[in-house]
Design a protein around this ligand. Structure first.
Ligand code: NAD
Length: 406
């Protein structure tokens, strides 16, 4: 297949591009490199030394003989350029990773909120709009998030996208219907993914676009089979307070002798998936497209759930690191349960890599190898969800910016 990977220079997009190229697909990465600019804005860098995208694809060609094409396009801003590219290339499938994906970054300031909404909503809408205009019957696979659901504490598993509800009709009878699971975003970033869901629902219904939305958990790990083939193919690894995700952050904190920073009680339960499984799920989704006229196909792309404080204890046992409980900059329930249905991918043959599989130590090794690149001052998460929380944290003597954590 000819596959366009929007956001193919990113943490999940890059290994996905390599994986699909390895399988013989013709891969076109479209990226505006905004994630690299955000590194410059924040004054941080990937833990792993990342080459330019042009250099990465050169090495891939040298190692495998396969060409990955790169196109520098901002899909949120350059609508005409993007549409012209789609018209000229007419891909069979499009994988859409190209959004601002960090909740803390999206909550940093009013400018960051605007940027995240404008970028993410326009990116998705421009794509859908252009596909209709060009009569492009490509299968669109979007990377969404488990965060669209919020967290259910009613003792029921979160279903894969749709909820069966009974409504009472005017004549007092019960009518059953399936609705999109009620959106319950916990940040501006998650809110954009909820808006994406509505865009997809409309375009599938109105124009018959074939769309799969992958509600993904937090991705951990760094290597995949293909990124390991050459040191210049290495994946990015974010550890900073805005972009670093919880498990990878604990691992780097342990490697540099920094206490594992748990926010609040650590009673938040989250869904996880290893990067290798994430890449494999995209492959499985591409092999199983919905039919034209079907509703949006939704998969829960996660393999296990863990409570944050349990994860911290696990890493602490593995590495001897101390655990530090800090004030929580987020507005969220201090404790939540999370039970998630994920049988669709398992039935399609996904064989999950779990935390127990020993790969944690692989990430510890990556963290140790590149620990010299870490700026310790960028480790704390400081984006507060509301002005009140920001003020409360500033007053707290345990505040990581005020206290030198060693
Ligand atoms: N990493 C995770 O733990 C995780 C979890 C759940 C869902 N997701 C979703 O998966 C997708 C990829 O996540 P990631 O971790 O690889 O993020 P990332 O930030 O590393 O990659 C996103 C890529 O998209 C590009 N991009 C952003 N806006 C663009 C635009 N307007 N035009 C062209 N390119 C643009 C960026 O430059 C970057 O290379 C995101 O949509 C994210 O919401 C990620």
């Amino acid at each position: 297949m000819k596959i366009a990977i929007l956001g193919g220079d990113g943490f999940v997009g890059w290994p996905t591009s390599l994986h699909l190229s390895d399988q013989g697909h013709e891969i076109h990465v479209i990226d505006n490199l905004s994630r690299r600019w955000i590194d410059a804005e924040l004054g941080v860098q990937s833990l792993t030394p990342m080459d330019s995208i042009q250099e990465r694809v050169r090495i891939w060609k040298q190692e495998t003989g396969n060409t990955i094409h790169f196109h520098l396009i901002d899909i949120a801003k350059d609508y005409e350029v993007f549409k012209a590219w789609l018209a000229d290339n007419r891909p069979d499938a499009i994988v859409h990773f190209a959004e601002q994906r960090a909740a803390p970054y999206s909550m940093k300031s009013d400018q960051h909120k605007n940027y995240t909404v404008n970028n993410n909503v326009n990116a998705s809408h421009n794509l859908l709009n252009a596909m209709v205009e060009l009569d492009l019957d490509a299968h669109l696979v979007h990377l969404g998030t488990m965060g669209v659901y919020g967290y259910s504490n009613v003792g029921a598993a979160i279903p894969e996208g749709y909820l069966s509800v009974d409504v009472e009709t005017l004549s007092g009878e019960k009518a059953s219907q399936e609705i999109l699971y009620p959106a319950n975003p916990g940040s501006i970033y998650h809110m954009t993914k909820c808006l994406d869901q509505l865009l997809f629902q409309f375009y599938a219904k109105n124009d018959g676009l074939r769309i799969t939305d992958l509600h993904q958990g937090i991705v951990w790990g760094t290597h995949t089979e293909q990124t390991l083939r050459h040191k210049q193919l290495i994946n990015r690894f974010d550890y900073d307070g805005d972009y670093g995700t919880v498990l990878n952050r604990f691992l780097i904190q342990a490697a540099i002798g920094y206490p594992l920073t748990v926010h609040g009680t650590g009673g938040q339960t989250r869904a996880f998936i290893h990067i290798q499984d994430s890449v494999r799920c995209v492959e499985l989704a591409l092999q199983n497209p919905p039919a034209k006229g079907d509703r949006v196909k939704v998969f829960n792309q996660m393999t296990e759930t863990h409570r944050v404080r349990d994860l911290a204890e696990l890493i602490s046992k593995l590495t001897g690191a101390k655990v530090a409980y800090l004030p929580n900059p987020r507005k969220e329930a201090p404790e939540n349960d999370l039970v998630v249905e994920n049988k669709q991918f398992l039935e399609l043959g996904l064989n999950p890599i779990t935390l127990e599989d020993g790969l944690l130590s692989e990430v510890v090794d990556v963290a140790k190898n590149f620990a010299y690149r870490v700026d310790r001052s960028r480790v704390p998460a400081v984006s507060a969800w509301t002005k009140e929380i920001a003020e409360e944290i500033e007053r707290d003597p345990e505040h990581p910016r005020l206290k030198s954590v060693s």
